[in-house]
Design a protein around this ligand. Structure first.
Ligand code: NAI
Ligand code: MG
Length: 499
């Protein structure tokens, strides 16, 4: 790994922020953990401690849920005018925009990702998300229902959509601020109150966002933020009897634990889980556009993206050319610390992820796969790995079947469109897929056969607040984004009056 000669200067607000020990946000106040314990968050580029954070557990979750319940029942948020709700969410977006650079730097430090990526993607997308749902706050409607089995005029029936209540939200570390926005924005628009648990690896931007929530003027207890570990704070939130709904993004394994934990009070559950998404390249694709597109489909965010295009299927006539092109792209990716202006790819988020990803690289090689590029750790300090392309794989290999969540793609050839849908669907997951071809008819015909929540045609990893996102099969329950997500945070009430 090349050492940076010059790196971006840290914003003094950011150095001040990371230098502090952080508390948790309960009922509008920053407080220590009931236990008094703290835990460290690390800088993945160096492995050094970045900040210490109050370590929430069951007792803190109890306090936060109590605050969220009280805030919900007073109606200080759920019953105010929709316009006021909208304005406050918009104000939060404005504040975030004013602090864009600060948030981008914090995100890069805590997660490892390139600062330029956090500036261009994570923070602007989070801002847009709040703005989009600020708009929805005034547009959540019910229907009037024309009866089918009674004479007209005998009954008047309508539906309304009410906020679901107190919501527990558990988020991962790959896009810490953006995941907080995906969760908070629609729940706030719907009128819910919230207990948010950020990932233990990356709590900083969610906590800083909590300060902006206060500055924007949200009533106390509407947004509570409890950093802590999954097995303690996360599990307590998922199991809490006074939480009406839990929304989770993370591993499929933990998603299943959430379902069990939620069974006690049958709280509603939505899950956005893992993936092993097929990325399919036909021989009539625009190869010049496909090669960078398919490379970025897997290497973006160090491959730590639930929808990463991690299984590449390339039609056999162009297999060698495309693999060569992507491998060459991979070899040119500059793996650096996030604050280096030349950084294309930062470190993985943690030592655990480093070991997991290197473990998969080794397992692939052991089972007979060949790395055309990469295949190992990068350097000895920090959690860097080399972008990797694996060929000579079989359908049975772990690297083909399991989510790696690192910059590792498997590439295999296919013969024709007739066999490709079955290959693409040969996975327990169903989050996303990519199709590259100039034949748009063929692309849409294949899109219809793929069991995945999102299909990208001649593009990949394109996100917009308007476009629903979520999984078939073991990639999850329900959808986030668009107007679909509002179903996650509302109950439908049918009201019927005899006339
Ligand atoms: P994880 O699923 O353990 O962590 C995600 C969140 O769940 C974190 O906030 C964590 O504290 C919380 N959590 C963990 N155990 C919990 C429990 N028992 N009850 C409630 N909450 C709990 O994921 P982890 O261990 O960080 O990463 C492991 C693998 O998960 C990755 O290699 C990747 O394959 C997958 N993953 C998928 C993500 C996605 O966006 N779909 C995001 C992060 C990880
Ligand atoms: Mg960290």
């Amino acid at each position: 790994m090349a050492t940076a000669t010059s790196v971006v200067q840290m914003d003094p607000k950011v150095s001040g922020y990371v230098g502090k020990t952080h508390k948790m946000l309960i009922n509008g106040k920053w407080v220590d953990a009931a236990s008094g314990k703290t835990f460290p968050t690390y800088n993945p580029a160096t492995g050094e401690v970045l900040s210490n954070i109050a370590e929430g557990d069951k007792e803190d979750i109890n306090r936060a849920v109590k605050a969220a319940r009280a805030a919900f029942e007073t109606g200080a948020w759920s019953k105010i005018s929709h316009s006021d709700r909208s304005r406050m969410i918009w104000k939060l977006a404005d504040l975030l925009e004013q602090h864009l650079e600060e948030f981008a730097q914090l995100e890069s430090l805590d997660n490892g990702k390139a600062l330029k990526v956090a500036r261009a993607a994570d923070v602007p997308l989070a801002i847009d998300h709040f703005r989009y749902y600020a708009g929805w706050a005034t547009k959540i409607e019910g229907n009037t229902i024309p009866f089918s089995g009674a004479p007209q005029g005998k009954f008047f029936a309508y539906t309304s959509r009410e906020p679901i209540g107190v919501v527990g939200q558990i988020i991962p570390w790959n896009f810490p601020l953006l995941m907080a926005a995906w969760k908070l924005a629609p729940a706030l628009a719907a009128g819910c109150t919230i207990v948010l648990k950020p990932a233990e690896q990356t709590p900083l931007t969610a906590l800083r966002l909590g300060e902006l929530v206060q500055e924007a003027g949200f009533p106390d207890g509407v947004v509570n933020i409890i950093p802590g570990y999954g097995e303690t704070a996360g599990a307590a939130l998922a199991a809490h009897d006074d939480v009406d709904k839990v929304a989770f993004t993370g591993s499929t394994e933990v998603g299943k634990l959430i379902v069990h934990a939620a069974a006690g009070n049958l709280k509603k559950v939505s899950l956005e889980l893992g993936g092993k998404s097929p990325n399919i390249v036909f021989d009539d694709a625009d190869v010049e556009a496909t090669i960078p597109g398919a490379a970025s489909a897997i290497f973006f965010n160090q491959g730590q993206t639930c929808c990463a295009g991690s299984r590449l299927f390339i039609q056999k006539d162009i297999f060698d050319k495309v693999v060569e092109g992507i491998s060459e792209k991979a070899s040119k990716i500059r793996v650096r610390q996030g604050f280096d202006p030349d950084c294309d790819m930062g470190p993985l988020v943690s030592e655990e992820q480093l070991n997991r990803v290197v473990g998969y690289m080794d397992s692939g090689k052991k089972e007979g796969a060949r790395a055309t590029v990469g295949g190992s750790r990068e350097g000895t300090k920090g959690y860097f790995v080399k972008p990797t392309v694996l060929v000579d794989t079989t359908d049975k290999m772990k690297v083909v079947r399991e989510e790696i969540f690192g910059p590792v793609v498997t590439a295999s050839p296919f013969n024709s469109i007739d066999e490709i849908a079955a290959k693409a669907n040969d996975t327990v997951y169903g989050l996303a897929a990519g199709i590259w071809t100039k034949d748009i008819k063929k692309a849409h015909a294949l899109a219809a056969k793929i069991k995945a929540g999102t299909v990208w045609i001649n593009c990949y990893n394109v996100f917009d607040a308007t476009m629903p996102f979520g999984g078939y099969k073991q990639s999850g329950w329900g959808r986030e984004m668009g107007h679909e997500v509002l179903k996650n945070y509302t109950e439908v009430k049918s009201v019927c009056a005899a006339l």
